[in-house]
Design a protein around this ligand. Structure first.
Ligand SMILES: N[C@@H](CCC(=O)N[C@@H](CS)C(=O)NCC(=O)O)C(=O)O
Length: 236
């Protein structure tokens, strides 16, 4: 099976959550819009649909005749197919709950630099972004990250089930992104998040992921993505 990932080129963005699952599993996939002639395919899928499905926004994934959109839905689909999901209903829904909550957190990260609308540039909403980022740093980072830390305290070395799952890969990505975007705010949180950072390190050391992270397929975090480092939105 060759998976087709549709996502904007030049940034990790939400597409990265799906990439990490496929990279860790050693799956065969193509990043459609990064290929020559790929952007028109992405735009055509958004305008006219793929196999009868018109996704609202990237990322979306084609796996044979199945088309899946929404990041958490995609990572669950891939995780369950590629051996990166827990077994049993309780843990399957726990993993899915974690991925959906991380998707909420990602939206809040995005809204720190686009608090008014995603349709206008950051530069046109800087004053509101400063206020939003302060509330995010002071109230929302602690709430989300301590929730993840407490899940680890209860469950052990992984967030759901007994082995690494797509939920853990998503936690790796969101912590890496927060570290990039808000290095000062995160440095202050770190001592309360020992289990979460240990998980982040264990995920980064997985052989296929370590190779991926060192490759050119891993586009560096940058200021066109979700996790943007604007010093004025972080605090010393
Ligand atoms: N809830 C969706 C959000 C998807 C989303 O906002 N995608 C962004 C790129 S990361 C986009 O292209 N949005 C276009 C739009 O909202 O008009 C998910 O988690 O996949």
């Amino acid at each position: 099976m060759k998976y087709e990932l549709y996502y904007w080129p030049g940034l990790q963005g939400r597409g990265e959550f799906a990439r990490l699952v496929m990279e860790d599993a050693g799956a065969d996939y193509v990043d459609v819009a990064r290929e020559k002639g790929g952007m028109p395919k992405l735009m055509a899928a958004l305008e006219r649909g793929l196999d009868g499905v018109i996704p609202f926004a990237p990322p979306f994934l084609r796996a044979g005749k199945v088309v899946v959109a929404q990041t958490a839905n995609i990572t669950r689909f891939l995780g369950e197919r590629l051996g990166l999901a827990p077994a049993g209903e309780h843990d399957r829904f726990l993993a899915s709950t974690i991925a959906l909550t991380i998707a909420d957190l990602v939206t809040e990260v995005h809204d720190t630099h686009h608090p008014i609308t995603p349709e206008k540039a950051y530069e046109s909403q800087k004053a509101a972004a400063k206020k939003r980022a302060k509330a995010f740093r002071d109230e929302r980072i602690p709430k989300f990250t301590e929730w993840l830390e407490n899940l680890l305290k209860k469950n052990g070395k992984v967030l759901a089930g007994r082995r690494i799952s797509y939920a853990d890969l998503s936690a790796f990505q969101v912590i890496s992104g927060l570290d990039y975007a808000f290095p000062h705010a995160m440095a202050r949180r770190k001592r309360n998040l020992k289990r979460l950072y240990a998980l982040r390190d264990r995920v980064a050391e997985r052989p296929r992921l370590a190779a991926y992270l060192a490759s050119t397929r891993r586009v560096p975090f940058n200021e066109t993505g979700i996790f943007r480092h604007y010093p004025e939105l972080d605090s010393r």
